[in-house]
Write a protein that binds this ligand. Structure first.
Ligand code: COA
Length: 163
């Protein structure tokens, strides 16, 4: 099955609502998030058999200057297109793009500790778990934990940045 990654990373774009779709897992909600992400010109975008099927974005980890070398990623795959390698292709492309742009660390904040697919996807791509904040969110009638994962990009912290 042909998978193609198109478009360029817009690393300075604010990521589109991490956690919006994580709790429900409902196809309709995921479709809405996909559309919103595309409206924000999220990159990269995957196509599966000629149809847009997912996107990934990277935005500033935090707006303060001290965090300027770190980005936070978001990835969504269209309902029905999971487990075909799209998430892996999207985040891999994002890692490559952000590394090329000089960023040193990528953070993933998975908005529900029950979201094993996202946690495992990130771990497969070299992320390690850096922490978990219990019951930091409340959505759809229940408390939500977040799991924080991170990985170095490029030289990571082995060298100092130029700025
Ligand atoms: C999380 C998400 C992006 C994964 O995308 P995907 O295209 O299904 O993932 P891939 O097919 O590329 O899978 C890559 C690896 O992730 C892991 N993985 C993916 N789905 C998994 C699941 N349901 N259970 C366990 N591991 C899973 C596996 O290790 C897999 O490798 P393998 O197939 O060789 O075993 C997708 O399920 C999604 O969009 N979910 C809803 C939105 C969301 O939660 N986004 C994350 C925000 S942080």
């Amino acid at each position: 099955m042909p998978i193609s990654c198109i478009g360029q990373t817009k690393a300075n774009a604010k990521s589109g609502g991490t956690g919006d779709a994580l709790r429900s897992g409902k196809a309709s909600r995921r479709g809405t998030v996909l559309a919103q992400g595309l409206n924000k010109a999220a990159r990269p975008v995957t196509e599966l058999d000629g149809k847009v099927s997912g996107f990934a974005t990277a935005g500033p980890y935090r707006p303060r200057p001290a965090y300027r070398h770190a980005v936070e990623d978001t990835v969504y795959v269209a309902p029905g297109c999971e487990r075909r390698g799209l998430g892996r292709a999207l985040v891999s492309a994002l890692i490559d793009d952000c590394t090329a742009l000089g960023y040193r660390r990528m953070v993933a904040v998975v908005g529900d500790s029950a979201n094993l697919s996202s946690i495992r996807l990130h771990e497969k791509l070299g992320f390690s778990q850096a922490g978990r904040i219990p019951s930091v969110g409340f959505k759809f009638g229940r408390w939500i934990d977040i799991v924080i994962l991170q990985r170095p990009l490029g030289q990571g912290d082995r060298t100092l940045p130029n700025d």
